[in-house]
Design a protein around this ligand. Structure first.
Ligand SMILES: NC(=O)c1ccc[n+]([C@@H]2O[C@H](COP(=O)([O-])OP(=O)(O)OC[C@H]3O[C@@H](n4cnc5c(N)ncnc54)[C@H](O)[C@@H]3O)[C@@H](O)[C@H]2O)c1
Length: 251
């Protein structure tokens, strides 16, 4: 139904919380899943057809991996999902943390898409990019370097969409709100009640689930979304559409 049967889908951060949901959803939809993650990753029982292990912040490693990925055929879809943040505020940023969060969340994603683009451009049935960003790119929810890097992905996707549409390329962004994955473990260790408290800020009354993000990514990556390019789709349970504490105050 999604038209993804037999399509070669490259997914970064494929063993993470959202990554596993993405791998599962694309596999269910009949795609050939090309999983990417850091060296040493074990994909276990995940339905992965091919895998490439490299650090996305290592530019030479990205070039080498892109060549290896394309040796098996041009990708139809690249899902940029690898990402990470720890510096919650400006005060917590050091030069090293700043560089790492920008390199991982923006530069690595941009480098890999640039390296895969020539092969994807030559794909006769067209191709698409989906960049997993964050609501942090839409308004300030903390994590300044990560937020700036994720906002950069929006500009990058729009540039790809505008310049490469003529070559059959679409590029979009999915911006999740908070998702309960390993990315929250360090916060929960610090404050076990944090999930319950932040849930009250979401109009749907909860954080979103990895599968809900994967559904949106699969749709926007697929031919069903053939008219959609250059946009950012929040998958955030309404978080960025409202400010519930304010609404509650005036009620
Ligand atoms: N969890 C949330 O609350 C949340 C909210 C908004 C957006 N996101 C975004 O969703 C995406 C997935 O996050 P998640 O919650 O599944 O996190 P996660 O920590 O479970 O997974 C992140 C993945 O990225 C990989 N990765 C980390 N550094 C890498 C590197 N240098 N090179 C290659 N791969 C690397 C990890 O190995 C892991 O597989 C990220 O881009 C994240 O920014 C997450």
């Amino acid at each position: 139904m999604f038209g993804l049967e037999g399509k070669r889908v490259v997914i970064t951060g494929a063993s993470g919380g959202v990554g596993m949901a993405l791998v599962g959803r694309f596999a269910e939809l009949g795609a050939v899943v090309v999983a990417c993650d850091v060296p040493g990753t074990d994909f276990g029982a995940l339905p992965v057809d091919r895998y490439h292990l490299f650090d996305i912040t290592d530019r030479d490693a990205v070039e080498t991996a892109a060549r290896a990925i394309c040796e098996d055929g041009a990708p139809d879809v690249m899902v940029s999902n690898a990402g990470w943040t720890r510096a919650e505020t400006m005060a917590q940023l050091t030069t090293e943390r700043f560089d790492h969060e920008m390199d991982l969340n923006f530069r690595g994603a941009a480098d890999l898409s640039r390296a895969l683009l020539p092969a994807m451009r030559a794909n006769p049935s067209g191709a698409s990019f989906v960049f997993v960003s964050s609501v942090n790119a839409l308004a300030h929810y903390g994590n300044p370097a990560y937020a700036a890097a994720k906002a950069g992905l929006g500009a990058w996707a729009r540039a790809l969409a505008a310049e490469e549409g003529v070559n059959g390329i679409r590029a979009n962004v999915v911006a999740p709100g908070s998702i309960r994955t390993a990315a929250w473990d360090h916060r929960i260790e610090r404050d076990p009640a944090i999930l319950e408290r932040v849930s009250s800020f979401f109009p749907i009354g909860r954080m979103v689930a990895p599968g809900e993000v994967a559904n949106a990514v699969a749709f926007v990556a697929s031919p069903l979304a053939s008219g959609i390019t250059g946009v950012t789709i929040p998958v955030d349970g309404g978080l960025s559409s409202s400010h519930l504490p304010f609404v509650r105050e005036i009620a």
